[in-house]
Design a protein around this ligand. Structure first.
Ligand SMILES: [Zn+2]
Ligand SMILES: [Zn+2]
Length: 204
């Protein structure tokens, strides 16, 4: 069953809707990379974004189904590292929205469930998009069986992105300019010192 879920930042200025959520229309993963954990500290929202082991639930989907309907003037993006993904969030209340490639074109967004009001790993999230298909960038060595699972998960995601591309054409919604495929706002860069501080807070 596909469900539309309301997107709402914590203060209510930014609203939208994630359309057609289901297990088959999304790729739900847990990521424990340095960037995701630093980002949660950057926003000051570790309680809302990280599970007990420091993992972020991320739901990857077709970005054309992730619509912002109100408050777009409060949407900004940052990069933890110069070559990392664009991490979009609201400037009004530091609510993470989703992570994208640096340019539009390939349809992909990995949203953070707290923008739907869902914290960490929960039954509510599993009901919407199914259980996590893989835990990536784990701090400890990933067992062989899980590594094989992750390879299949990534192949599955690649097939989905190709399907979304064929279905919808080059993607620019909701955060890119349709002509240039550049982000609609200039990404915020952090200094090396700030990055080191965030990583230290995250325990790296
Ligand atoms: Zn807000
Ligand atoms: Zn990550």
């Amino acid at each position: 069953m596909k469900t539309d879920a309301p997107i709402k930042c914590s203060c209510g200025k930014v609203e939208g809707v994630a359309r057609g959520l289901s297990r088959s229309s999304t790729n739900h993963v847990v990521c424990s990379c340095k960037g995701c954990q630093s980002y949660a500290h950057y926003l000051g929202r570790t309680d809302d974004m990280l599970d007990a082991e420091g993992g972020s639930n991320i739901v990857q989907m077709d970005p054309s189904k992730f619509e912002i309907t109100r408050g777009m003037e409060n949407v900004v993006c940052m990069r933890v590292t110069n070559d990392g993904p664009l991490r979009w969030y609201t400037s009004c209340c530091n609510t993470p929205l989703g992570n994208t490639f640096p340019r539009g074109g390939l349809p992909f967004i990995g949203f953070l469930p707290i923008c739907l009001g869902i914290k960490g790993t929960s039954e509510e999230l599993v009901a919407l998009v199914g259980k996590s298909r893989g835990h990536v960038n784990r701090p400890e060595k990933t067992p062989l069986f899980d590594r094989i699972g992750n390879v299949f998960m990534i192949i599955g995601l690649f097939c989905k992105i190709m399907f979304w591309r064929v279905r919808g054409g080059p993607a620019f919604k909701p955060f890119f300019d349709a002509e240039t495929m550049r982000p609609m706002v200039k990404p915020i860069k952090i200094s090396d010192e700030e990055r080191a501080e965030l990583e230290a807070k995250a325990g790296f």
